[in-house]
Write a protein that binds this ligand. Structure first.
Ligand SMILES: *Cc1c(COP(=O)(O)O)cnc(C)c1O
Length: 361
């Protein structure tokens, strides 16, 4: 096996070594074509089958009901911040938001530019975005077209431990937590995610949308972001990000081969629990997030003495633990421990943290 860093980056993030090895093996001769998957036509039978396989595997793992479309789009999750209101609202409509951190704030801002009324019905500012609203503590306006929330705030490390209730379609930015555990897709009107956290390389955004929400795009919506136009064209209205879709398929196969989402959830929960226990068990490290809303995927932590941050990062890097620097807006450290981060990587980080505390505490 190659020497691989334990890469704690928030995104683009670590990918499973087994998947990269397979991609490497097939890179110059994919399926006997004498070409890489990047060089074949997206309209040829082999690639159409490859994309269909990725969709089928995603549907199988997540249990996507038949009345949902799966779309492979471009423009990242950020593109969807604009595309969702373009597809689901008319000018003047009301849309409701739960504001739990920086990503949900961006979704609000982008929606506001679509000439609608964005009602923030819960805002965790009072806790400095270290909490989620309690179930039932917010009221969705009855005329709202949808309720948008961010199940996992990647920067703050805040994750909803429950699915919000709403009488209107629930729209969720699953970018940094999709495929980390089973979810009940039927509870949602629309799920979207950029691929580069848990689904593969950057360049692909996945949208899972219920049929009744497709076909209502504003006339000014670009075709490539019109859910109906894209669904009708099997997401191939234009040239899709073929390599990213191929790699998504390999990652989904890897998840299926390692026990599916239930086993993935068990591993993720155990990894996160071990890291939080190490942080909580020390006066040297701290995590600000309220325990019931701590993310399984992104674990921010601070050192009691921020003057040691530079030394910590340098020594971690030297130990093969990379990209632990926290988001510039938060400071401190952040360990992103997505599906591809092995338990050994988390254990190596915990051992490193204990040793650093011993020598610097
Ligand atoms: C990374 C991230 C985004 C932005 O994704 P892009 O693909 O860069 O647009 C949006 N929301 C969340 C929750 C994220 O983690």
């Amino acid at each position: 096996m190659p020497v691989r860093a334990y890469n704690f980056a928030a995104g683009p993030a670590m990918l499973p070594t087994a998947v990269l090895e397979q991609a490497k093996t097939e890179l110059t001769d994919w399926q006997g074509s004498g070409m890489s998957v990047m060089e074949v036509s997206h309209r040829g039978k082999p690639f159409v089958a490859c994309a269909a396989h990725a969709e089928a595997q995603l549907r199988s793992l997540l249990g996507v009901p038949d009345n949902y479309r799966v779309l492979f789009l471009q423009g990242g999750a950020s593109g969807q911040f604009a595309a969702i209101p373009m597809n689901l609202t008319e000018p003047g409509d009301v849309v409701a938001f739960l504001h739990t951190g920086q990503w949900s704030a961006k979704a609000v801002k982008a929606a506001q530019r679509q000439h609608l009324t964005a009602e923030v019905i819960a805002d965790e500012a009072a806790s400095n975005y270290t909490t989620v609203p309690a179930p039932g503590s917010f009221m969705v306006p009855s005329g709202a077209r949808y309720l948008h929330y961010t199940p996992n705030e990647t920067i703050g490390g805040v994750e909803f431990p429950y699915v919000p209730e709403a009488d209107v379609p629930l729209v969720a930015d699953f970018s940094s937590t999709i495929l980390s555990r089973p979810i009940d897709v039927a509870r949602y009107g629309l799920i979207y995610a950029g691929a580069q956290k848990n689904m593969g390389p950057a360049g692909l955004a996945v949208v899972i949308v219920r049929d009744d929400l497709v076909g209502h795009a504003r006339p000014t919506t670009p075709d490539i972001w019109d859910y109906k136009a894209m669904a009708d064209a099997d997401s191939m209205l234009n040239t899709p990000p073929t390599f990213a879709i191929y790699l998504l398929g390999l990652i989904l196969d890897w998840i299926a081969a390692t026990g599916g989402l239930t086993a993935m959830a068990e591993r993720n929960e155990a990894k996160a629990a071990a890291l939080y226990a190490a942080i909580d068990g020390s006066d040297f490290y701290a995590n600000p997030v309220t325990p019931n809303a701590r993310s399984w995927m992104n674990v921010p932590f601070t050192l009691a003495d921020p003057a040691l941050d530079g030394d910590f990062l340098k020594a971690a890097e030297a130990a093969g633990l990379t990209n632990l620097k926290g988001h510039r807006s938060v400071g401190g450290m952040r360990a992103s421990i997505y599906n591809a981060m092995p338990r050994e990587g988390v254990d190596a980080l915990i051992a490193f943290m204990a040793e650093f505390e011993r020598t610097h505490g």
